[in-house]
Design a protein around this ligand. Structure first.
Ligand code: HEM
Length: 210
């Protein structure tokens, strides 16, 4: 007699293996990019001055060259991981689920009303709702912005066309900094939504299946 083992992993994965790898690799890479960026930022904190206790607690003072070494090494991984992710979504067709379509802003507004408990009607069934599409496509564009503004301040002479296109060195530096603040904001919103969505949603990003 053959024993029937329930196959909980049957069917197509919600998140393909490649996406899960790109996603989770991005987390340590981005965290280290932000940390090494802070080591650099401390040496010339003109855009926004953090309070002294922040520098003391994070131990970022007098570590400029260390920060530059890490930052300029990890930027290649960040770029490569991002390029692979975007290339994969294009080749696999996953982009169709991710890129916001017509009327996405209005639909995203309805998602917000729904999440706040103001709108009672159920949301349309889709892998990603319009708010997620905007957030996920937005964060990829932010990644592109970080790469471009980073290149603009890394090689302002050789890549002066990028620096000029972004409004000059100071503006490029501001954009680079503002995007970093944006990641921190995205992170808290994203993790908050993941906690709200529950365990099966999180598990799907780890194992592929809910
Ligand atoms: C501890 C940190 C993180 C956790 C727990 C987490 C968790 C998740 C989960 C569960 C999903 C699937 C969402 C769904 O099915 O609706 C997801 C998707 C996504 N997350 Fe995260 N995430 C983290 C960090 C990040 C970071 C740092 C970024 C980028 C800055 C990011 C960008 C994305 C993107 C773009 C997607 C959509 C992926 C796709 O299917 O193509 N996440 N995340």
């Amino acid at each position: 007699m053959t024993q029937q083992i329930p196959d909980t992993h049957a069917g197509k994965a919600k998140h393909p293996l490649a996406i899960r790898w790109f996603h989770w690799l991005n987390f340590p890479i981005l965290s280290l990019m932000i940390w090494s960026g802070l080591l650099i930022y401390w040496a010339n904190d003109t855009i926004y001055t953090f309070p002294e206790w922040f520098y003391e607690r994070t131990h970022v003072a007098f570590r400029l060259s260390e920060g530059m070494s890490y930052h300029f090494l990890l930027m290649w991984l960040f770029a490569l991981n991002g390029i692979c992710y975007v290339a994969y979504t294009i080749v696999s067709g996953e982009w169709r689920e991710l890129v916001p379509g017509k009327g996405a802003l209005m639909q995203a507004f309805q998602v917000v009303l729904h999440d706040l408990g103001i709108r009672k009607e159920p949301l349309p069934v889709a892998k990603f709702n319009a708010a997620q599409q905007i957030a996920y496509t937005g964060v990829v564009l932010m990644g592109l912005g970080s790469l471009l503004s980073g290149m603009a301040i890394y090689r302002p002479i050789q890549l002066s066309f990028i620096t000029q296109a972004l409004g000059g060195y100071t503006a490029a530096r501001f954009i680079h900094f503002a995007l970093t603040v944006g990641y921190v904001g995205f992170f808290f919103m994203h993790v908050g939504q993941v906690i709200k969505a529950g365990w099966p949603n999180f598990r799907a990003m780890v194992t592929g299946h809910e």
